[in-house]
Design a protein around this ligand. Structure first.
Ligand code: COA
Ligand code: ZN
Length: 326
């Protein structure tokens, strides 16, 4: 029997074996694979998700419900979700770019659905062929579908505000517009609003300022941070967000990832490095780093042409010793 949202959240926060300070949400199977040239076979995706859950990851964005013609990597989305739902305790997250994707996501039984909503009009048109306002209307329609379900079957709906910190198509993004869009998403019924640096253009000062402004506007509806490492500022941005009390971070194994519709953007922050840094800072993630590192071998074998990123995997001996929080 699938547990209710409330039960899942309680377990995330306070379960006896689940004491964590920061929720690391693995997005590699979605953000990573949407951008790889090689197709990862379904069985390998399932092995990856199982291994990540076994390593202690509590939330994994396992796929996106997009037209397979557009992103063939996601052709097996339903099958991948079915497998992920069989793993006890895992919060199964998916991405849906429109109402049709949202309907497929609801039918799949996923626990959390993220609808990407670009603050930049240029990126919105490039990514989903609709204006920001039109996508917020889709979010409203999706929330109506959610509310028609029995409470225990309702997925959590996240507005994933994208290109919040800069756009490779439009350049600067207005912070006032970010706040207005965040408020509009909450008014549309979204359970939470995450802020995404889709292009990896954010800097730590900006992260602090924007998270603070959005929190002032929508309070505890503010969700996590989705960061890319295009300029190498990713982990610095994590620390800045931690200082603003952000406690959920998306990241991807080996730093795979990137939006095919945002030219020049590169991969997500690297899960291995993120977990290592958080644990070194004394923040518990519940993730076993050695088991996490071992999953890289699966990527190496399944999609050998993809470059695998990360500092931690290259370290050895004293450089890798755990210094702890001190
Ligand atoms: N899943 C499966 N099929 C879908 C679909 C979905 N979520 N959304 C639309 N389709 C199908 C339609 O049924 C239609 O099929 P048909 O040609 O057989 O009639 C076709 O795709 C076109 O539908 P339309 O509504 O006109 O979509 P579009 O071509 O304007 O594309 C999006 C809009 C949103 C579906 C597309 O731009 C998209 O998937 N973007 C997401 C990109 C992405 O994932 N970016 C990275 C993550 S941020
Ligand atoms: Zn991303």
């Amino acid at each position: 029997m699938s547990d209710t949202l409330v039960e899942r959240e309680r377990r995330l926060q306070t379960g006896p074996d689940a004491q964590i300070d920061v929720l690391v949400s693995e997005v590699g199977p979605r953000d990573g694979l949407q951008n790889t040239k090689q197709f990862m076979p379904t069985a390998d995706k399932q092995r990856w998700i199982s291994a990540a859950a076994a390593a202690g990851l509590r939330e994994i964005e396992v796929c996106s419900f997009v037209p397979p013609k557009l992103i063939p990597q996601m052709i097996d989305a339903e099958e991948v979700v079915r497998h992920a739902l069989s793993l006890p305790g895992l919060n199964v997250a998916v991405l849906a770019p429109n109402i049709k994707g949202g309907e497929r996501a609801i039918a799949s039984g996923a626990h959390k659905i993220t609808l990407p909503i670009s603050v930049s009009r240029g990126h919105s048109l490039s990514n989903v062929r609709k204006t920001t306002e039109a996508v917020i209307e889709e979010a409203r329609a999706l929330c109506v579908l959610r509310d028609a379900l029995p409470v225990e079957q309702r997925p959590r709906i996240e507005a994933g505000l994208s290109t919040v910190f800069g756009c490779t198509i439009e350049g600067r993004v207005s912070e006032e517009q970010v706040v207005r869009d965040a408020v509009a998403c909450v008014e549309a019924g979204c359970d939470e609003v995450g802020l995404a640096d889709t292009t990896g253009m954010a800097n730590p000062t900006q992260i602090r300022r924007v998270f603070r402004k959005v929190r002032a506007a929508i309070g505890d509806r503010l969700g996590g941070a989705h960061l890319h490492n295009t300029r190498g500022f990713g982990l610095a941005n994590v620390v800045a967000a931690l200082e603003e009390d952000v406690r959920t971070f998306d990241s991807s194994l080996a730093g795979l990832g990137g939006c095919p519709f945002a030219p020049g953007a590169t991969g997500n922050i690297v899960t291995e490095d993120l977990v290592f840094m958080l644990e070194e800072m004394g923040l518990r993630t519940g993730i076993d780093i050695d088991r996490l590192l071992a999953i890289r071998e699966l990527l190496r074998q399944s999609i050998p042409a993809e470059p695998l990123h990360g500092y931690l995997p290259a370290l050895s001996g004293p450089a890798r010793a755990r210094m702890g929080a001190g």
